[in-house]
Design a protein around this ligand. Structure first.
Ligand code: FDA
Length: 585
């Protein structure tokens, strides 16, 4: 067979991982092709919680991309009353302010990022990424199924099937990215090492329309957890009514016993479940779709084999808890895309690509572990409500009701329930897990300082640092016209950036020299009085952890590559040493 198409990077999948990677590569000017076995983008709203770090990737793609996401998203302030109840119409058991809407957490969110968390269903996110990719030059081929690949010293030959005609054909690329989801054939063909287990629980999604405003207007939220006797079967442990569009489109997630055959979710069954969880026996729903899926607990411990990479659910397979799946998938793309671009443009040696797995495999482990742990952390709520002792519905109802008793036991039960709900911050307000990623790899050069310890719980709280490997702290700075910009805004966009202050002009000259010498895009900015950017509030001076004449070198994905406390004797030599090491030159 002849090659039908040639491209630099072939991406299997147009989900959040593949779409983001296509959009980023196209923005960096790298020819790429995305293929999707189906003729549609996401047709159910699966992922929705969109965290600040993901929004920073969209912002890096352009303010219009970020703004389009906000345009379609449900705003953060409508996300936060995480309700535990007997049914939407029934008694409320407890509530926690979530997703950064508690005033304390909101302050942390506002200080951490120029971007806002929001609720953006996958049915909106995928078209935004796909359109951005295609409008910037990605080739896309729908109804095109990846079948197999072979790699050699120069590239990868991938066999595909055109699902419209049934015809098989070949695509030749320099690199192949498997962004083909939780049943990734690319990962399987690579024989990459995985830890964990697939299919640890069964769940079904029931997507429907019904105006439920009267039940939720006073407590707007993304998630309503329904705890009823008998509802704790497999899956994610209880019935979940999730807002898809406020307040007339909903997704019910309901568990089934994974040891039994998957149920046939008929319209009658779906209506029955909806009536039960909403608590309205006369509710009429407009059923949009229903499907079953399995809960997984598995991650790749290595995400690359020579010229082929995996990302997204192909590498990390876990339940929706914490809303990390699509977010992490997009962030995988942000990590890999600039490295592929640098290698393909001859700016870096292929060794740079090894840092992708070094940096992202630990994240895969972390988020799969966290998401599965979050499921287990519903246990104390069941215990506190007395739902864990047997299956007799009457007895369970009595136990749940006992929390209203004027007795020692009742008081203890109320305290236990409050504590159990508080523990769920690790799922519903877990800012540190979203923002604290610190990389250790060949694409980071240490400045000899020890890693700063976390002052507070690193899962719950983000702690900014310019320690090499961490994400550059966001603070607002001001340009010469007085306009407010984030430190992240003056970095990224596919290039390295050096930030320095008064007395650091030697770094700026050195950056220009080394950029010319190595043929790489490398920006340099002085932040200080009368310079490129002003630090009127002093926030940058407090965040940067270096002296005025020092520098922070930032990678295209906003992570700190290296830093220096002060201007040294030979800044060009220092930058040459650091960049040739990172770029594997
Ligand atoms: P994804 O599975 O989305 O895409 C795979 C792509 O590869 C598709 O385009 C597919 O057609 C294509 N493909 C597969 N095999 C192929 C082949 N052989 N040839 C060609 N194409 C092929 N996440 C999150 O961040 N926040 C959240 O709130 C939630 N909530 C949530 C709720 C529910 C109910 C579910 C089920 C899941 C979530 N998630 C989530 C998880 C999220 O949906 C998931 O992590 C992402 O879709 C993963 O994105 P990927 O791009 O990796 O794979």
């Amino acid at each position: 067979m002849e090659f039908e198409y040639e491209t630099e990077v072939l991406i299997v999948g147009t989900g959040p991982a593949g779409g983001a990677t296509g959009a980023l590569l196209a923005s960096y000017g790298v020819p790429n092709m995305m293929i999707n076995r189906y003729r549609w983008l996401a047709n159910t709203p699966r992922a929705h919680i969109t965290n600040q770090r993901t929004m920073e990737v969209l912002r890096d793609l352009g303010r219009s991309v970020e703004d389009e996401a906000y345009l379609h998203a449900t705003e953060q302030e409508l996300m936060g009353n995480n309700v535990f109840c007997e049914s939407l119409a029934g008694e409320e058991l407890g509530r926690m302010r979530s997703w950064g809407t508690h005033p304390d957490s909101m302050a942390e969110h506002l200080l951490s990022s120029p971007c806002r968390m929001n609720d953006l269903p996958q049915t909106f996110m995928e078209p935004i990424l796909f359109k951005t990719a295609c409008s910037r030059g990605s080739a896309a081929r729908m109804s095109t199924e990846y079948l197999s690949h072979e790699q050699d010293g120069d590239g990868v030959t991938t066999t595909c099937r055109d699902r419209l005609s049934g015809r098989e054909f070949l695509i030749r690329s320099k690199y192949l990215v498997g962004a083909d989801g939780g049943n990734s054939a690319v990962a399987e063909h690579l024989g990459l090492p995985f830890e964990g287990k697939m299919g640890v629980g069964g769940s079904m999604n029931i997507l429907f329309r019904a105006d439920l405003s009267h039940l939720v207007a006073h407590r707007p939220s993304v998630l309503y957890w329904v705890m009823q006797p008998g509802a704790d079967v497999g899956g994610i442990g209880m019935g979940l009514v999730r807002m898809v569009r406020p307040w007339n489109e909903w997704l019910i997630v309901w568990g089934y016993d994974i040891n039994e055959p998957a149920p046939d979710v008929t319209p009658e069954f779906a209506q029955g479940v909806a009536r039960q969880l909403v608590g309205d026996p006369d509710l009429e729903i407009e059923l949009l779709s229903a499907n079953v899926w399995t809960v997984n607990d598995m991650f790749a411990t290595h995400m690359q084999k020579d010229r082929v990479f995996i990302m997204g659910d192909a590498a990390h397979r876990h339940p929706p808890s914490n809303g990390l799946g699509s977010n992490t998938s997009i962030q995988d793309g942000f990590n890999l895309a600039w490295k592929l671009a640098a290698v393909l443009k001859g700016q870096a040696g292929p060794g740079l690509l090894d840092s992708y797995s070094e940096e992202r495999a630990p994240v895969a482990r972390q988020i799969v572990t966290r998401a599965n742990k979050s499921i287990g952390e519903f246990g104390p709520i069941f215990e506190a409500l007395g739902m864990d002792g047997g299956v007799d519905p009457e007895k369970i109802q009595q136990n749940m009701s006992a929390r209203a008793d004027a007795s020692e036991a009742g008081e203890a039960q109320r305290a236990a329930l409050r504590k159990a709900i508080e523990l769920k911050s690790y799922e519903f307000d877990c800012h540190g897990v979203e923002m604290n990623q610190r990389y250790a790899s060949g694409a980071v050069v240490t400045d000899g300082q020890p890693e700063p310890a976390f002052d507070r719980d690193p899962e719950l709280h983000y702690q900014p640092t310019t320690w090499p490997g961490a994400r550059l702290p966001h603070v607002w700075i001001f340009d010469r016209a007085g306009r407010k910009l984030s430190t992240l805004d003056i970095c990224g966009h596919g290039r390295f950036t050096l930030l320095t202050g008064i007395g650091g002009d030697g770094w700026v000259a050195a950056a220009k020299q080394i950029a010319d010498e190595l043929g790489i895009p490398l920006g340099a900015h002085v932040i200080g009085p009368r310079r490129d950017y002003e630090d009127h509030t002093g926030d940058w001076a407090r965040a940067r952890e270096i002296r005025d004449s020092g520098c922070v070198l930032v990678r295209p994905d906003h992570h700190v590559a290296w830093r220096s406390d002060i201007l040294g004797g030979d800044p060009a030599q220092e930058l040459r040493r650091v960049l040739t090491s990172i770029l594997n030159r």
